[in-house]
Design a protein around this ligand. Sequence first.
Ligand SMILES: [Zn+2]
Length: 170
Amino acid sequence: MDKISNERILLLHPAIRLEVQNAINHINKNILGKGVRMRITQGFRTFKEQDELFAQGRTKPGPKVSNAKGGQSLHNYGLAFDICLLYDDGSGLFKEVSWDMKRDGDGDGIADWLEITKYLTSIGFTNGFITNGKKWDFPHFQKDFGLTWQKCFEKYNRKDYISGTIYIKL
Ligand SMILES: [Zn+2]
């Protein structure tokens, strides 16, 4: 797995960390063929980082990228991650970053993005095709353990954390 994905996985909630690590290894090794890799682009986000994303396209320049303020996204509890695809041009460096949902880089007749979505949802992750305002958030996956963001927020404020961490108890 690439270094960036690994660093992001290590900041995810302990309840999904190993599972996501295994999932990405499985996807890269057994599901995506030669020349295609999955990367984790975002994982855990602090409330401050979330507020900054929310401000983009509102009080700060740029397109709107999120409809969630600090505490309103499962990213803020380490329970969500976003993905992209990496393609190799033959150099073995996987330098091309892509969010193309139709591309079939491994040539097996199924879009790479769909293969990933199918697998991740089969092991209990929910894809962001649940509407994110006007936009569908296809790169997003989360596992909520039956908790809404409001419930997570409440636990967070109560400091109902796993001992020695800032991850909420599930
Ligand atoms: Zn996301």
